[in-house]
Ligand binder design. Structure first.
Ligand code: SF4
Ligand code: SF4
Length: 554
């Protein structure tokens, strides 16, 4: 798995480094200490090294926080390249924790005072210490981005910090994301800033204020316009972006068209619409095709883009898969962590759901699967209740029953098996049937199908989980690159990757062939060749039948 703390760094206004800007933001990784080298001792040293080791081993670095963290990429492979290249993707700098607005998805003023208090602003000397440590250690930084849980422009030294950032890292993109309640001065566009994002969610006070509580639309729009026209007058090539978060109060077609007219009037280069699950309700997710375009608007006059700050469906699905496999291996702690992550992401995704709303069917499937896995006797009553409790807003909206949900996952997993077989065939240059047959051989004789639909689906899913694990391990190990001597009943030695010995496709922490660690794997007491061959052929025809059925169902 992977997450932002592998490639990015979040500096809080206190001078401490936190674990990125989501659920980990309250987790201090390193307090400020002038004696510490923030590159060698921290980001490319033991502190972030411990996080990377866990991610590489497919484990959550801080289970309590990671379970609720939207940047945990459960389905992504760990990317070791950032550390090898000594590269930081985003150095996010919270120049201030103060803010005069009170957006519903952010901290309240009372919280801000209680949790943080003074000093509200990052000191320039602290920021420079980080820049100097990174530069002295030969680090590359792609972006230095001033934003956090407060308004960056409230730090009176913000423009000094921008100049410092550019002087230490001239090739790095330096950006600020602001609620735009500042006053424009020409030295701002001369500071070296490369990118300026103005967070203004609406086209007038009525559409803007529900989210930007205590904000003043005219002031925000005026600042954006002054800055964009000022940059133009000074001949500076600054990327200017109007960031417009979509809610029910500001997403009507006529409002989206008016925003385009106003963007042109302000001279802003890009109008960027954002789908979010934070704060107010937004009843639909927008793609670029859903945004009406101003008639006659030339493509190069205004760039229009759409992005999402939403939990990722595939990461949730991978987490459910990992929970299932962990339960099969009796790794209860890991299973509960993954079930909690899945439940938290689904809860956050549908936090604003209202009585008349329905759920996307794919999410219904995942909710049923989490509920079913929670019923495993290995999951204790405490975690089970906590996970179930997270679904209280959505349980009444389920239209599928659990057996239907199970059948849908079985079909998804059959497709995933096929995709893996195709990839294996492509990467190894072998026929995909070679792998399908070996898969069947490794699975042993099939158990009789139970009559109950739900149990039948669950049983099938457990078989698929093992198959997918074997194929994914094989893809990771790539045994065809260092082929052993061909075994008599395998093709070109590839069979060893699907058999069960250590080093033959195991993922750390997972017992080979689904047996607990230390248990001899089936091949350790392999039957005589003739019998093994017969068993493989019998099981092979079962997997081929399942694969054909899945192909036919699509
Ligand atoms: S997933 Fe975990 S380690 Fe990564 S940023 Fe979030 S809390 Fe930190
Ligand atoms: S403007 Fe930004 S920092 Fe201020 S309350 Fe809103 S989201 Fe939070």
């Amino acid at each position: 798995m992977d997450c932002h703390s592998n490639h990015s760094v979040f500096l809080r206004s206190t001078g401490a480094l936190a674990c990125w800007c989501d659920a980990g933001s309250k987790l201090t990784l390193q307090r400020f200490d002038p004696e510490v080298d923030y590159s060698r001792d921290v980001v490319f040293g033991p502190v972030f090294g411990a996080i990377r080791r866990k991610l590489r081993a497919d484990q959550m670095p801080f289970p309590r926080q990671c379970q609720d963290c939207m940047v945990l990429a459960c389905g992504a492979p760990f990317d070791g390249g950032w550390e090898e290249r000594k590269e930081i993707s985003v150095f996010q700098v919270e120049s201030s924790i103060a803010c005069i607005l009170e957006c519903p998805g952010c901290m309240t003023l009372a919280d801000r005072r209680k949790t943080y208090g003074r000093p509200w602003h990052l000191e320039v000397e602290i920021f420079e210490k980080y820049l100097s440590d990174f530069r002295n250690d030969g680090v590359t930084i792609r972006t230095i981005d001033f934003q956090g849980h407060g308004e960056p422009l409230l730090n009176r030294d913000i423009w000094t910090m921008v100049r410092l950032a550019k002087s230490y890292f001239p090739q790095t993109t330096v950006s600020i994301c602001t609620a735009a309640h500042g006053s424009y001065a020409p030295d701002q566009v001369l500071s070296g800033i490369d990118r300026m994002l103005f967070s203004i969610d609406g086209i007038d006070q009525a559409s803007f204020e529900p989210n930007r509580v205590r904000g003043n639309f005219a002031k925000a729009y005026g600042y954006m316009k002054d800055f964009c026209l000022g940059a133009r007058a000074e001949g500076r090539q600054i990327e200017t972006v109007w960031k417009y978060i979509l809610f029910d109060c500001n997403n009507r077609p006529e409002q989206l068209l008016r925003a385009q007219e106003m963007a042109l009037e302000a001279g802003v280069g890009e109008l960027h619409f954002v789908n979010t699950q934070l704060g107010l309700k937004s009843s639909r997710i927008y793609g670029l095709e859903d945004i009406p375009r101003l008639p006659g608007l030339p493509e190069d006059a205004l760039k229009i883009t759409v992005s999402g700050y939403l939990s990722n469906f595939h990461d949730v699905m991978h987490s459910v898969d990992k929970a299932r496999f962990a339960l099969m291996e009796a790794q209860v702690g890991e299973a509960v962590a993954h079930l909690s992550f899945a439940a938290n992401m689904i809860r956050r995704r549908f936090e604003c759901v209202e009585p008349g709303d329905s759920l996307p069917v794919d999410y219904e499937v995942l909710i049923h699967e989490v509920l079913d896995l929670c019923d495993d006797p290995l999951v204790g009553p405490g975690p089970r209740e906590a996970i179930r409790g997270g679904f209280h807003l959505v349980l009444g909206k389920l239209t599928l029953d659990m057996a239907e949900a199970k059948e849908r996952i079985v079909a998804w997993k059959a497709e995933e098996t096929e995709r893996l077989l195709d990839r294996l065939a492509r990467e190894s240059g072998q026929d995909r049937m070679v792998f399908a047959r070996q898969l069947a051989g490794a699975g042993g004789a099939p158990a009789p199908d139970p009559a109950d639909r739900l149990e039948r689906g669950a049983q099938q899913l457990r078989r698929q989980a093992r198959d997918i694990h074997r194929l994914a391990s094989l893809l990771e190990q790539k045994p065809w690159l260092t082929p052993p001597a061909p075994a008599p009943d395998t093709v070109a030695g590839l069979g060893s990757g699907l058999s069960s010995g250590p080093g033959s496709g195991r993922t750390p922490g997972l017992g080979s062939e689904g047996t607990p660690e230390g248990t001899p794997a089936p091949d350790a007491a392999a039957p005589p060749r003739g019998l093994a061959h017969a068993l493989k052929r019998r099981a092979g025809s079962r997997v081929l039948r399942v694969l054909r059925k899945a192909a036919g169902a699509r």
